[in-house]
Structure formats: C-alpha cells, structure tokens
Write a new protein. Structure first.
Lengths: 106, 740
C-alpha cells in the first residue's frame, strides 16, 4: 500500500476500492434515492455522490464514499437536513448536500 | 536560559485539542488572529523537563485541503512555521476518521506524535486500542492519554522532548492511490524535483498530490513559480481526471481519499483495535440526539434551553452590574469632591469615569453570557442548535449558528448587541459571520427598551403589550431581511454547506469553562481601556463644548439671584452662590424654581454644544421624518449608548436628568408637545430601533470583522435604513391623516 513506508499493507483497498467506485454504475444507482428524500431512521448504503467536484471531494474527506453504509439518526427541519453516523462519528448534512447523496436502504 | 521548542497542536474538531491546550498552558495563553483572517490563533507556554515549549493550538480540521480557511491556516502554519513537533490529537473512540488527518500529516512529512485522547471514552464503548502496535505500523510515536484529567500528558511531553532532541528525519509518506494516479504521480515527482517547483516549501510528492486534487492554493503558487512546468503538470492531471471520470465516474481527490481510508482500515485491521460491541451500535449520545433533535420535541427543548441561557445571563448578572455601577458612581463622586469645578473635572467624571465605567458595566453580562455559551458549546448542544436552526436561517443567507448571537443581542427583548457581536465567533464562514454581526444590532437590546417603553407608553398606552410584541417581531423581520439583502449584494456568495461533525454530548470541565469565559471577557476589558476610552472622551466633548457664552451664563445666574432674593425673608440673602445652603434647599418651592432655571441652562448649553449644533444642522433633513432639533440631539447622544437617548431628551425638553427607570413625566411632556404625535412616535421608534449601533458595538464590530470598514458600513447603512423607514412611516402616516 505504501510506496516508501515500512510495515502497513493494505488489505482493504486495491481492487475492492475500484469496485466500490464502479458500483456507482451498478443497477443499485437506478433505484437509489437522494438522501434528502430517504431521510428516516435506519441504515442506508451510499451509491453515488453527485454534485460538483468540490462537494464530492469534501464528502470523500469525511469518508462519505460510494459503497459505504451509514446510520440515519434523525431528520432535521422539514425532513431535509440529516444527521448520520458514519465511521464512528456523527455528521450533520444540509439539504444541498443530502440532495447529492444517492442511497439505497440496507 | 531554557531551550525553546515550538509545538503545534492539530487534530479534528472535537478531538479534545483545546482541552489538551488548556491543560498544557493553563492561563499562560495569548489569543490573537492569524494574519489576514479572523481565525483565532492561540499560543501558550508550557515548561517540561527544563525545556520551554511554545504551544500553538491550530484550528480543528478534518483534512489539509484548501476548502476552508481553517484548513489553509493549519497547513500554512505547518509548512511556513515548521514547528519542531506536531502533536496530532486523535479521538481514540473514533480512530478511523481521525487518522485520516494523521495520514495527511505523514504525507506532508512533518514530525508527528499521535496523542491518543479519550481512551476512557473508547473503553467505555468497548474499544481497546493497541497503541504500541499502532505506533509500529505507522512509524510514529503514539501516546494514550485523557486530556480532561491530564492522565498520560507527562508521558506525551517526555515523548515530545525525545522527538525534538532526536532530530530524526520524517520522509513524506507515499501511499498507493490506485494504478492510474500512481502512474501520474510517478511521472510528476521527478519533474517537480528537477524544476524545483515549490520544493523549498513542500515535498515534491505532496505538490503532485495537491495538483491532482485540484488544490486552488497550490495551483496558484505553482503557476506563479513556474507557469510552463505547472501547465505541463496540470495537463497531466486533467488527462487522468478525464480518464477517471470516464471509467469510474469519480475525481482524483475522491479516489485519493478512498485509498487513504483504505490504508487506515488496513492498519486498524492488523490487531490495533479490538471491539467488544457492534461497531455501529448507537451510543448514549445518539439516543439523546433522537430526542433532542426530534422534529417536534427539538424546537421545544431548544426554546427552553435558550430562554434559560438568556435568563441566566441577564438575571444573574444584574447584581454585579449594579455593584460595578455603584463602584463607578463612587469614583465619580470622589473625583467630584476632590477636584474643583472645571473642564478637567467634567472630563474625568463624565468622559472617563462615565464612559469607561459604562463600558465596563457590560463586563458581568459578557462574562455570564460567555459562560452560558461555553457550557452549551462544551457540552455539544450548541452544534445541535445550529443543526436545527440552519434551514430557517439559510433562507436569509445566514447559518444555523447565527441564532445564538441574535438571541443574546435582544432577540428576546432586553439583550445586548456587544456580547451578541462577540458571540458570532461560533460561525466559521466569513460572509455568514459578517452578515450576522452586521444585523444583530437590529435586535431590541436592553438599552433601547426604556425609550421604546417610553414612546409606546406615551402614545399607544391602550395597546402597550401588543406594540412591545410588534417591536420584537419587526426587529427580527428587519434583521433577517437585511441579512438577505446583504447576502444578495455586498456579501454575495454561495452559502456554506452545513456539513459538520457533531461532538458527542459531554460534561464540560470547570477549567475549560473558566478559560473559555475569561479569555473572551479579558479581550473586551482590554478594549475598554484603549479605543473606547478615546471615543467616550470625544463624545463627552461633543456634548459639552463650546458651552454657553459668558453673557448667557451670567443671565441664568442673575435669574437665580433674583429668585433667591425673592425668598430672602425666609433667611437667605441675595448674592449666595449656586451651591445653595441647606435652608434654601429645604424650601420646596424655591428648589423647584431653581431647578427650572438649572434645566433651562442645561438645555441652552446642550443646544450650543457641538452635538446640539449638529442636531440643529440636521433639522432640514430630519424634519422629513418628523424630528425636531431636540430629538436630533438625543439621537446623536444615543450613539454613545442608547440609554442616553432618554436622558438627553429629558435635558433638551428642559426636564433635567431623567432616570431611565422612571420616565412618566417625560412621556407626558412628549405627548403634549406640538412636535410629537403618534406618527412621529412610530417614526422615532423605527429610527431608534435600527439606526447606527452604539459606539461600543461599533468598536466590537470593527474588532470582530477585522476591519473598521465594516464598522463604518454598519453605522452608515443602519442609519440610512432607519431614516428611510422613519421617513416612509412619517410621510405615509401624515398623508393618511393618522397623526391625531
């Protein structure tokens, strides 16, 4: 995994990550809903992050990547803001962002 | 002399960075701003093992990209200041996300020590972290600790000293980011090294990575340094971006992030973490969130908590505010007794003691307000308030976090704009913060309440409660609509996505609360001694000079003598001076007559002062809103403090000084005055509610926005808006014949 670092060997990425990202074009995407419309308590799988490059990058930084699962904790005002649990942390997402995260229920 | 080392504290928001900083540095902190931005820069000193450690608390970030000002500040500090060690505070109960930043420090090649914080919380959640294994796999020291209690902090400092003395090189970590990106990076790095592109600041591999990530700042710097080479690298980056878009419908930065998380997962899966419970089980914090942020219960709970904070701030600070007022009153009396009459005494009593005393009188309110906010902030609730309010405030171009400054400033009538402006610090986006701090002065602060109550009582006494409520609704409406206007014009820009990690609920520590409260209060106190002192002396001079001509003064003195002579048979001889003896003061009729003369003299002196002349000069403009010169003087005085409006109106209407708590006589006088009627009162109410903030607020706006430009804008814009509203009300009301 590392080019110049001793020790760690990636057992999780490589082909699996390629397939995570390719999954965006899987049939799941066709049935996926924006998070803004699916926001209710329960688990969902992220299918695709749409929106501009900056938003995709920001979501990636937070670990919101296609193929990951997250727990919806609650919907905010009007059901369009969401509070989600992912990677052990709780993240709030506004309506602009949730409209660009396509998910399917798990 | 002890050797000095520079240490940077970095980490995700809510990882416990500030708690560790407070533990290390205690009260030996200096708070300032990073150059050119309003991000707070905290520095402190810590002694350990005979060495002095200069500790800088960097802003909390998730990443080292260029998406936010905090991220830029953090990474610029690391590459420009080159600290001897970076302590990366990592939340042990949330390792995967926190190590993402660690990974980027290692890519940047900075000497890093991982402070594995909150191991007690992790254990409580059934998570055990093998710190030694993590250290050997990552190749950096890892020290488990609990920053709240200080457990493990000595070992951390020992490790810091060991690392700075070892001077071991930390080569930049190069991960694999997938075949496509690795290939491009392999091509880029030799080109960057040969061309020396930014190599004096950043490692070549890091520059290459940032060009692939389309990092604005690095692209800009690269273009300036060597545009030909930068063009070549950008072309290469564009090619691979198109390829990734075509094949996997993603961008390089998402691919890079995915591989960083993959690297972290691979480390954690090698026995670093053992979990007793289900990884994604809901913790107490999440269960509380399900209730506290519930669509129906959430706003109710929030209303109760915010009202509680408001009551706490203004009720509990009332007593110390009175003590301070008495203290400054005592100083004023003492100076009055010691010094002879004259301009020096007047300046010291009215300008210095009155001005600075009035400003320092806010200190208890500010201290209680910051204590309340610190409790909400440190407990994690403030982030939930922002989450719930964001949708409503976003419609007006503001942010969920704007709610607190509005409430503190008088959203529930009776607050204060000074702490409100300072409370905008919880906002991160500069434009939303500016829009908030420019509109919070529209709230009905405690100082505006006496004049609002006076005018409503005098002209709309049959519907006092309804008009008071209307005043609150109008202040909110004007503030939010103005915010929307500013965000569509001078502060135009995209809304910041409300994406933030919500901290788990925690009990705040006393030390943390004390330090948060004190450092913010101290900044305010320091300001009172400098700019505010100068402005209060200037305002005093404007309302005092040039004073009455000698002939006019002599005329009033003659009137006094005549009145006293008329009472001479009661035991007073003509020729006695203004300091009347007890027997005269005991005669109520004489005292009343003398008071009338005193008030007339004060009115004449005020009219002749610079502020008075301004009031008269402004009359041709102000008459469109229905204000005569006497009202104008009171409004000019209101710039010193809104409380002054009532007392100045009292003076300009020859009523002498009027206690802001007892304004009945002034109200009756205004109701009978030919220049006043209900329409003028409404126009005056609109003007007073929305015109230039008091000068203490203006100074705070200048300080918080980092520029006097915005403070001047606030004075000019608010006054223009207030004048426009007042003229509209007056002219419409008069045209419709509603004056009677």
């Amino acid at each position: 995994m590392t080019k110049n670092h001793p020790g760690p060997v990636c057992t999780n990425c490589g082909n699996k990550h390629q397939s995570c990202l390719r999954r965006e074009k899987s049939p799941d995407v066709e049935h996926a809903l924006p998070l803004s419309r699916a926001c209710a308590h329960g688990r969902v799988k992220i299918c695709k992050i749409s929106g501009d490059r900056r938003l995709c990058a920001r979501m990636a930084d937070l670990g919101i990547l296609p193929g990951r699962e997250m727990e919806l904790l609650c919907a905010g005002g009007g059901g369009r803001h969401c509070m989600v649990r992912i990677n052990g942390g709780t993240i709030s997402l506004d309506s602009l962002t949730t409209a660009n995260i396509l998910v399917t229920p798990v | 002399m002890a050797k000095v080392f520079n240490i940077a504290l970095a980490g995700n928001p809510n990882a416990g960075k500030t708690t560790l900083f407070n533990y290390l540095t205690g009260a030996r902190q200096h708070v300032g701003n990073y150059p050119g931005v309003t991000v707070e820069k905290k520095e402190g000193i810590c002694q350990h093992g005979g060495m002095e450690l200069r500790v800088t608390d960097l802003p909390g970030t998730y990443s080292l990209t260029a998406y936010s000002v905090e991220e830029l500040v953090a990474r610029n500090f690391l590459v420009n200041e080159k600290p001897d060690v970076v302590i990366d505070i990592v939340d042990a109960s949330n390792l995967e996300r926190n190590l993402y930043l660690t990974c980027q420090f290692m890519e940047l090649g900075v000497p890093v020590i991982i402070a594995l914080n909150m191991i007690d919380v992790a254990r409580h959640r059934g998570i055990e972290v093998d710190a030694e294994k993590l250290s050997s796999l990552l190749g950096v020291p890892v020290v488990p600790l609990v920053a709240r209690s200080g457990q493990g902090v000595d070992l951390l400092l020992d490790t810091v000293l060991r690392v700075v003395e070892e001077k071991k090189p930390y080569p930049p970590l190069r991960l694999s980011y997938g075949d496509d990106l690795d290939q491009v990076l392999d091509d880029m790095v030799p080109l960057i090294e040969q061309g020396g592109l930014l190599t004096d600041t950043y490692p070549a591999s890091w520059t290459g990575l940032k060009i692939l990530e389309n990092d604005d700042q690095i692209l800009d710097r690269a273009m300036k340094a060597d545009s030909t080479l930068a063009d070549t690298l950008v072309r290469r980056s564009d090619e691979v971006t198109s390829h990734l878009q075509r094949t996997v419908d993603t961008y390089p930065e998402a691919m890079i992030a995915d591989h960083r998380y993959g690297f972290i997962k691979s480390i954690l899966r090698q026995g670093v973490i053992s979990q007793r419970f289900d990884v994604d089980r809901l913790y107490t914090s999440d269960r509380i969130d399900k209730i506290v942020t519930n669509r129906f219960l959430g706003p109710l709970i929030m209303g109760v908590i915010l009202y509680g904070l408001y009551s706490f701030t203004f009720n509990y600070s009332a007593l110390p505010v009175d003590w301070l007022a008495s203290l400054f009153g005592f100083f004023g009396d003492a100076v009055s007794r010691v010094l002879p009459d004259g301009p020096i005494k007047s300046m010291l009593v009215s300008g210095v003691i009155g001005g600075v005393g009035g400003v320092l009188g806010f200190v208890p309110i500010i201290m209680f307000m910051f204590l309340g906010i610190a409790v909400l902030e440190d407990s994690g609730y403030l982030a939930r308030v922002a989450f719930m309010m964001d949708r409503i405030f976003r419609m007006f171009g503001l942010h969920g976090s704007s709610v607190m400054p509005f409430i503190v400033s008088g959203g529930i009538a009776g607050g204060c704009a000074v702490p409100g402006v300072m409370a905008t610090r919880t906002l991160r986006s500069p434009k939303e913060r500016l829009a908030t701090l420019l509109t919070v002065p529209f709230m009905n602060c405690g100082a505006k309440l006496p004049i609002i109550a006076l005018l409503i009582g005098a002209f709309f006494s049959a519907h006092q409660a309804q008009y008071m409520f209307l005043a609150t609704v109008v202040s909110w409406s004007v503030a939010l609509l103005t915010a929307k206007f500013l965000r569509m014009t001078v502060l135009r820009g995209e809304s910041t996505p409300f994406v933030m990690e919500l901290p788990p609920y925690r009990f705040p520590t006393f030390k943390g609360l004390f330090i948060h409260t004190w450092e913010r209060t101290w900044q305010y106190i320091k300001k009172a001694g400098t700019v505010i002192l100068a402005i209060s002396i200037l305002l005093w001079a404007m309302m005092t000079y040039p004073g009455l001509p000698a002939g006019k003064s002599a005329q009033f003195e003659r009137q006094r003598q005549e009145v006293m002579a008329a009472y001479a048979p009661q035991g007073v001889s003509a020729g006695q001076e203004k300091g009347r003896p007890g027997q005269v003061a005991e005669s109520p009729e004489l005292a009343a007559k003398l008071r009338v003369i005193d008030n007339r003299e004060a009115q004449a002196a005020l009219r002749n002062s610079l502020a008075g002349r301004m009031g008269i000069a402004l009359e041709p403009i102000s008459r469109f809103a229905g204000f005569d010169w006497r009202t104008n003087i009171a409004l000019v005085g209101g710039f010193a403090a809104k409380e002054v409006i009532v007392s100045t109106l009292g003076t300009s209407y020859s009523l002498g000084s009027v206690d802001v708590e007892h304004t009945t006589s002034l109200g009756e006088r205004l109701a009978r005055d030919q220049h006043w009627n209900p329409i003028v009162a409404l126009a005056a109410l609109a003007f007073i509610m929305f015109y230039a903030p008091c000068f203490v607020t203006v100074v705070c706006i200048a300080r918080e926005s980092g520029s006097w430009k915005w403070a001047i804008f606030s004075m000019a814009f608010n006054t223009f808006l207030a004048y426009f509203l007042a003229v509209a009300i007056y002219q419409t009301g008069m045209a419709l014949g509603l004056a009677s």
